[in-house]
Design a protein around this ligand. Structure first.
Ligand code: MLT
Length: 412
């Protein structure tokens, strides 16, 4: 008789975005005349940029000719892409990262979820609260998080670092000592950021305490503020304490194409062991390389043409962010984020819970967002809207929210 991994049985019902998706589908099925505007999951809406499509077409043609056909890709990524990433994302920005420290994968979500495998099962994790659910859920599956308290929404063996308006969404150094620290900057879900000095505090702490920082920089393309680092490797000392995750989903619209990479410096030693070698072993065993066509498409992200086109795409999303931020502020909401990130984080009005506000927004203005409590206990009372919709839908969503928020306030 086989036995299941009982850690899975401790997980809350379903993954946050699956639960939201189901609620929207159920509502639409019951109300076919209503059109719901989706500002929940951070999925892009603009088509792939012309430079990327061109590179993809060329790569597809290569795959159709015997002399240029390719089979398995190198499991750590093609040299051409690793070189390009190392140069353009790191060395040109003054970060000391080499091509063989880049591991190309099918996306940051997989890497953020899988990285915990190379650490001891009794490692203690620290997460910002609220937080991208993948970090906690993947550790829960590995049995690292203790018991789940459904009512409080917390795991007994996780160190939560509250990020709220009262501390400007900047996590404080934990009192208990973690082994692994997850940081996401710009932050999902709050849309706020750590500046260089604030990040330096964490790098120094990790080096002092022997903790490893797992740094998710999936939203770096949205940074416009000078003092916000694009990579943790801009901070001196990060090479000996940090792993960085990057994604092509949000900067190049690859949510459906799938590509990302992880950077592990060779001098990152944990427990006397180089993590670079462990991840290479894990990656080589469990991953057969991202598709050639997709890695060639990613090369266009770094071309002059591609860069211009993608900068334009980012500016379209950030125009949405401004529409949401200003619209909500005008409607009297307390609003955060949306300046260096495509997420807007708002305080739920009238003492409602995050899920109550979700239901009101879905059933009244017919707009779908993400309840803050889905990201952790300190997210309760907050709500996330994404700027990844179309401009027209975003404007319409704000018109509906403003109109119906007024009605709700008048009804008291
Ligand atoms: C989100 O909505 O938080 C993201 O889209 C999820 C993801 O990138 O996996």
């Amino acid at each position: 008789m086989g036995k299941v991994n009982e850690n899975y049985l401790k997980l809350p019902g379903s993954y946050l975005f699956s639960r939201i998706g189901k609620k929207i589908r159920d509502y639409e099925a019951a109300n076919p005349a209503r059109s719901v505007i989706r500002l929940g999951i951070g999925d892009v809406t603009q088509p792939l940029a012309p430079a990327i499509i061109k590179a993809m077409h060329e790569a597809v043609d290569e795959m159709g000719r015997a002399e240029t056909f390719r089979g398995y890709a190198p499991d750590l990524g093609y040299g051409f892409l690793r070189e390009e990433i190392a140069k353009k994302d790191y060395q040109d920005r003054g970060c000391p990262i080499e091509a063989d420290e880049i591991f190309v994968s099918d996306g940051a979500k997989s890497d953020c979820g899988n990285i915990q495998e190379i650490f001891s099962p009794d490692s203690r994790i620290a997460v910002c609260d609220p937080v991208y659910p993948v970090y906690v859920d993947s550790n829960a599956m590995a049995g690292r998080t203790g018991e789940y308290d459904e009512k409080a929404g917390i795991w007994s063996n996780v160190i939560y670092m509250p990020c709220m308006a009262s501390n400007h969404f900047v996590p404080e150094l934990p009192r208990e000592k973690p082994d692994l620290i997850y940081l996401c900057n710009p932050n999902n879900p709050t849309g706020t950021t750590l500046n260089r000095e604030q990040l330096r505090v964490w790098v120094d702490y990790a080096n002092r305490s022997g903790a490893v920082i797992l740094y998710d920089a999936a939203y770096e393309a949205y940074i416009s503020t000078e003092d916000v680092p694009h990579s943790i490797f801009e901070i001196p000392g990060a090479r000996t304490c940090a792993i960085e995750f990057r994604s092509f989903s949000k900067n190049a619209g690859f949510t459906g194409v799938r590509l990302g990479f992880t950077v592990i410096p060779k001098d990152l030693i944990c427990d006397g062991v180089a993590l670079h070698g462990l991840w290479a072993r894990r990656h080589g065993t469990k991953f057969n390389g991202a598709p050639y066509v997709v890695q060639k498409a990613a090369m266009a992200v770094y071309s002059d043409e591609g860069r211009d086109q993608l900068a334009h795409q980012v500016s379209v999303y950030m125009r949405n962010a401004k529409v949401i931020y200003e619209g909500l502020a005008q409607a009297g909401y307390e609003v955060y984020g949306g300046v260096d990130a495509p997420y807007i984080w708002l305080k739920v009005p009238d003492g409602m819970t995050s899920w109550e506000f979700f239901d009101w927004l879905l059933e009244g203005p017919n707009v779908a967002g993400t309840p803050g409590s889905g990201f952790g206990p300190s997210g309760e009372g907050y709500f996330r809207l994404t700027a990844f919709g179309t401009y027209e839908n975003t404007v319409e969503a704000m018109r509906r929210i403003k109109e119906q928020s007024g009605d709700r306030a008048r009804r008291g």
